[in-house]
Design a protein around this ligand. Structure first.
Ligand SMILES: Cc1cc2nc3c(=O)[nH]c(=O)nc-3n(C[C@H](O)[C@H](O)[C@H](O)COP(=O)(O)OP(=O)(O)OC[C@H]3O[C@@H](n4cnc5c(N)ncnc54)[C@H](O)[C@@H]3O)c2cc1C
Length: 470
């Protein structure tokens, strides 16, 4: 008998952890309070929905997903005894905390139990794409090229009923029983069927325009299965769809493309999947990056302590329209467009000169797709402390970025209703207007909390001082 411990692989299809020969398999999920400690209601709601889908899949095949709560080391050891299992399998998770937890679990299971740690979450495991000297890459470009050139594994078969143990589990916990309130945000549907609908719709159409459209946050309809980006991030975070299946669908789209431009667009999307793996490799090699800067400055960066600025940023009340739209999209949808993530992260770390770790903590709580490696990677990039980081002297101007990527202010006005009646060109000049003009145009919308030009100079001075100590 074998237990398979589902963690970030909440699916039965294209799951390498479920393909081992030692069966029959008892599928298990453990609600670990340590993992839930930093999650907000939207992420937990998505997780519960994903578990409900997975459980249905098993029940339709005469088995069930056993869902227990507590310390995985204790609960898995109990389940091994209860089901007389000789093997426990799980799919590898590469973050430092997950690895420490897995070592504890392995020790608790003891020598009599075989532990099968399976490579599943990435197409190429950490350690398999390195510099010629065997080092982990610290810049993306060479990594990305090697990653794209490597052959990819095909999706794997789902287990059949005969591979599954005829167990029966109890009820799933609820948000309330886990100590969470109802989410303020609209949470997308979880589960493999929902993920496949997104993937199929995206690969049938939007993937061919992805390279041109991915930077425009107003592009696409958030209620449609397909927008201008895939919106697969929450599914990839929880593993409700397998990465091999995603990649195979993009390969099919590539083969069906009719022009070179369309093929390039598909490749651009595949490159984003490579970024996800790049950050996983970097974090696996340096687990301390969750709290420490990747790039060493000669002196500490003099981050500011600015409670009021941080509050305004979190609430989407900075008086910089595209920044506020992004922060409110996060509140409303527990997701934010990538271009706007870059802008809000730059605004926090440069315009407000607030430590990136404050922003990371907020995203970790609010995002459904929070993924330690991608989130740390994105934050450190924006803060000029990470791999491939934005050089510190390149500070995004939130007004010109808004003008360029949201020219008609469609995105801004979708999330900032106070500005709905303000013409786009005024929105993009908000911080240049005088107070009387602002009051007249949108009395309820705040004045800018900082002057971008002055804030930029302050950030440059702080980073220069950190660089050379002057
Ligand atoms: C400050 C900051 C924080 C971020 N935090 C997260 C996070 O917690 N979780 C997360 O999945 N992504 C994060 N990202 C990366 C990116 O914003 C999201 O992956 C993307 O917006 C998700 O939307 P999508 O699925 O429609 O992406 P698509 O454009 O459709 O991309 C497809 C997939 O590729 C991966 N991907 C795309 N862009 C990136 C990137 N820049 N870095 C790593 N992987 C990428 C994701 O898995 C994504 O689902 C962050 C970026 C920044 C700047």
């Amino acid at each position: 008998m074998r237990l398979h411990w589902h963690r970030r692989d909440l699916r039965a299809t294209d799951n390498r952890g479920l393909t081992a020969d030692e069966g029959p398999t008892v599928p298990v999920f453990v609600f670990d309070r340590d993992v839930l400690a930093h999650a907000g209601p939207p992420r937990v709601a998505f997780l519960l929905d994903a578990l409900a889908s997975l459980r249905t899949w098993y029940r339709e095949r005469g088995s069930d997903l056993l869902v227990v709560e507590g310390d995985p080391a204790e609960r898995l050891a109990d389940l091994v005894d209860e089901h007389d299992a000789d093997t426990v399998s799980w799919c590898r998770d590469y973050s430092g905390l997950a690895r420490q937890r897995d070592q504890r679990v392995e020790a608790a299971l003891g020598d009599a139990v075989t532990v099968d740690r399976v490579h599943d979450a990435l197409l190429h495991e950490p350690g398999t794409i390195t510099t010629n000297g065997g080092e982990t890459y610290s810049v993306f470009s060479y990594f990305g090229k090697k990653w794209l050139d490597r052959a990819k594994d095909d999706p794997v078969e789902s287990p059949s009923s005969g591979d599954l143990a005829p167990v029966s589990g109890g009820d799933l916990p609820t948000l309330e029983s886990l100590g969470f309130g109802e989410p303020e945000a609209t949470v997308p549907a979880a589960g493999t069927d929902a993920a496949r609908r997104r993937l199929d719709a995206f690969c049938a159409d939007a993937i061919y325009r992805y390279a041109d459209q991915r930077d425009y946050p107003a592009c696409g309809d958030r209620d449609e299965a397909s927008g201008c980006t895939s919106r697969l991030s929450s599914h990839l975070k929880f593993g409700t769809i397998g990465i091999r299946e995603v990649y195979a669908a993009t390969d099919e789209a590539w083969a069906a493309a009719e022009t070179e431009t369309e093929r390039d667009s598909v490749t651009e999307f595949q490159r984003q999947l490579a970024w996800r793996e790049f950050y996983a490799h970097v974090l696996s090699n340096q687990p301390g990056l969750v709290t420490e800067n990747f790039k060493t400055y000669e002196h500490e960066i003099a981050w500011r302590d600015d409670t009021e600025g941080l509050r305004a940023w979190k609430n989407g009340e900075t008086g910089y329209p595209i920044v506020d739209a992004g922060m409110r999209q996060l509140r409303d949808e527990a997701w934010m467009h990538n271009r706007v993530r870059m802008l809000v992260a730059s605004f926090l770390t440069k315009d407000l000169l607030i430590d990136w770790r404050e922003g990371y903590d907020w995203f970790r709580e609010k995002l459904v797709d929070h993924d330690t490696a991608n989130d740390v990677g994105g934050w450190q990039w924006a803060a000029s402390t990470g791999t491939d980081a934005q050089p510190y002297f390149r500070v995004f101007n939130p007004m010109t970025q808004g003008e360029r990527y949201d020219p008609d202010a469609e995105y801004v006005t979708q999330y900032v209703p106070e500005l709905r009646d303000v013409p786009a060109h005024q929105i993009h000049r908000w911080h240049e207007l005088d107070v009387a003009e602002r009051r007249d145009l949108a009395p309820a919308y705040p004045d800018p909390i900082v002057d971008h030009a002055e804030a930029r100079e302050r950030a440059l001075a702080a980073f220069e001082a950190a660089s050379d100590g002057s």
